[in-house]
Design a protein around this ligand. Structure first.
Ligand code: FAD
Length: 337
């Protein structure tokens, strides 16, 4: 098949790497090659991502920047932050990882693809554009969390490890993700757009030298509400069809998982749809839970089933999430904000 992959982010690059030996694949990205970037905090679980790297002939360890041991969670109650034992959560050079996966794929950089850009040249066009999904119908009730992130260097590291602070109402959180050489990604996302206050305070208090600033929302609408996944020759993959874990805004591993489903079902898109809905079913519960918090109609009693299924899901995949999961910790977070 002649396949166009539009968007050479983590899902698109992985897809081209896995398909290019068997199909005629061309990648497109709107960013010019020298300005190519991976806007993201670069946090992931080693155990969750290593096999994807292996499948592209890469060793994930080569890209790791910082290995986490314990994540601190500030519950905003004036007490010491709560510690969560980590099981493989790390930061990695996501840009280099994407470039390594895409190496060997014929790619056209600096070209923004719209509805009519590719005409009839391809048998299949994959929309791997993340948030934008210009090639598929607009999502009706799309929920996105606006985020701002800085890459910073500080005279002294305020924390030795990962640090997060849920924002009021659990409508977002502040993050501090250590990188290499005393640098860190600090960022915050909040549905109610209060995230800049927390960030500005942190930058001032810690005398941060800002090396880079980026802003982009993350989609938390689950796949079940991002249909259609395909229309005509176009099929979506990754964040364009909602593969982001809504509790954390974590989309790297889910987008790779989604790409795997497409690879397995390339010739059977109805089955791809079913597999995506099945794989990410739990995201619906998590989304409902977060939405209730965001909209201020959350009660523990009404959302208890959601909380329990979220706990059971993450507990059964601690290594995939890169952290130890305890119900008491989850309850503390939910009650604190
Ligand atoms: C601030 C922030 C921090 C995050 N941190 C984390 C984190 O630490 N860990 C985690 O797991 N997830 C994180 N996420 C989520 C994660 O980054 C995404 O969900 C994931 O990268 C989605 O992958 P993707 O390949 O589907 O899309 P993307 O990574 O968004 O890639 C889409 C690509 O398509 C290109 N493109 C867009 N439109 C067009 C067009 N019309 N034509 C051609 N090319 C186009 C873009 O340039 C881009 O390269 C974060 C998100 C944000 C916003």
């Amino acid at each position: 098949m002649k396949i166009a992959v539009v968007g050479m982010g983590v899902a698109g690059s992985y897809l081209t790497s896995r398909l290019r030996d068997f199909h005629n694949v061309v990648g497109f990205d709107r960013l010019p090659e020298d300005k190519f970037d991976a806007v993201c905090a670069w946090g992931t679980s080693k155990h969750g991502i290593s096999q994807f790297a292996k499948d592209c002939g890469l060793n994930f360890e080569d890209f790791v920047l910082f290995d986490g041991k314990e994540m601190l969670v500030d519950l905003g109650d004036g007490k010491d932050p709560m510690g969560i034992k980590l099981k493989g959560l790390c930061t990695f050079d996501k840009r280099a990882f994407i470039i390594a996966m895409a190496k060997g794929t014929e790619t056209v950089f600096g070209k923004t693809i719209g509805q009519n850009s590719l005409n009839g040249d391809f048998d299949m066009v994959v929309d791997a554009t993340g948030l934008l999904r210009p090639l598929l119908p607009k999502i009706k009730q799309d929920i996105m969390i606006p985020c701002v992130q800085y890459k910073v260097k500080m005279p002294e590291r305020p924390y030795d490890d990962f640090f997060i602070k849920p924002l009021s109402g659990l409508s977002g959180y502040f993050w501090y993700f250590p990188l290499e050489n005393g640098c860190a990604h600090i960022g915050a996302g909040d549905y109610h757009k209060t995230h800049n206050e927390e960030l500005n305070r942190f930058i001032k208090d810690n005398k941060c030298e800002v090396l880079k600033k980026v802003g982009r929302p993350v989609r938390i609408t689950p796949p079940s509400q991002c249909e259609p996944f395909y229309e005509g020759k176009v099929v979506g993959v990754g964040e364009s069809i909602g593969s982001v874990y809504p509790l954390l805004g974590e989309g790297i591993i889910p987008s790779l998982q989604c790409a795997d489903l497409l690879i397995e079902n390339l010739e059977d898109l109805p089955n791809y749809r079913l597999e995506v809905l099945r794989k990410f079913k739990i995201y619906e519960h998590v989304f409902r839970f977060i939405k209730a918090k965001i909209q201020g109609n959350f009660t523990l009693r009404s959302q208890l089933p959601g909380l329990i299924s979220m706990f059971l899901h993450m507990k059964s995949q601690e290594k995939r999430y890169g952290m130890s999961i305890r119900l008491t910790d989850m309850l503390k977070v939910v009650r604190s904000v």
